[in-house]
Design a protein around this ligand. Sequence first.
Ligand code: NCD
Length: 360
Amino acid sequence: MRSLISILDLSVEELDQLIATAKDIIAHPENYWDKCAHKKLATLFYEPSTRTRLSFEAAMLELGGSVLGFSEASSSSASKGESMADTAKILSCYADIMAIRHPKEGAPFVASNNATIPVINAGDGGHNHPTQTLADLLTISREMGRVNDLTIGLCGDLKYGRTVHSLIEAMSRYTGIKFVLISPKELKIPGFIRYNVLEKHGIPYTETDSLEEAMPQLDVLYMTRIQRERFDDPYEYERLKDSYVLTAEKMGLAKEQMCVLHPLPRVNEISVKVDDDPRAAYFRQALNGKYMRMALILKLLEEAKANPIREAIDTSDLEYDRVCQNPKCITQTEQELPQLFRCTDKAADIHRCIYCEQRA
Ligand code: NCD
């Protein structure tokens, strides 16, 4: 049995297979109407959501299954202090698969180590959001006709934007990919992406704070919202919130074949005047998210049927002698969780928390 916690849990072949399944669902939806009959998806959302939760639910319903769950932490026993581990054990009694969104980084990983059903990470703090990446991949494939040989601009909040982190991890494994990272200096990508992904694998990338300057070279522009809820200092958010606004004029600088993606919700960073531009793909991207979630639910349930045993995590290279300092890490609230670290760079002596990937 497998869960989806990081997009790296899926190989490139598996990503391509999910894209192919999603395209088949689009072409022949009737073939999938009963695939999940009598199966239940639980959606555990401890943070607000429109697209992710409802597209998961629509996906399960279109597969003939049912859904249960909650959409805010205050209506679950988390408000009474129940741990993620206990909640995961309980939900395993009621559902066949679960999707979890949580403000603490690493919470779905903890759930997957305690559940006896597959767990899907639907967004953990400012860390990862692998199913948004599935939506992004299908969108790039459908809009551009390929997922290789692309220059991808990521613009906005690259520090806290979890969709950006998962997308870079996924796209870095395709050939001919270059990234242009467009952000204010305060919101540059975090170390676990810069060093563990881009530098480690020699992926070409440049950094700039100018969207106008980057625009002409891009095949894909991925806009993001400045993540207000992740800022410790509200004044810092106020100062940075309008760093980038994509306007119809700026679209004039772009290639004719470019496409614009945004995980949504948008606040101010894409003018509604851009919506009618044929290159604006963000509403189609939201629909693609439903098809990819259908493909994912099918895959994980099939795997769980073939092999219902949860694989234990490999602890052979883990270290126990540190304490994670990230206030947003799940180890900060679940006191009895063992602190676990992995050395990610021997030469530089860098160790990262296995839950949130912050440097210890
Ligand atoms: C994103 C998220 O939750 O990280 N939304 C989504 O799932 N489509 C992006 C965001 O909230 O800015």
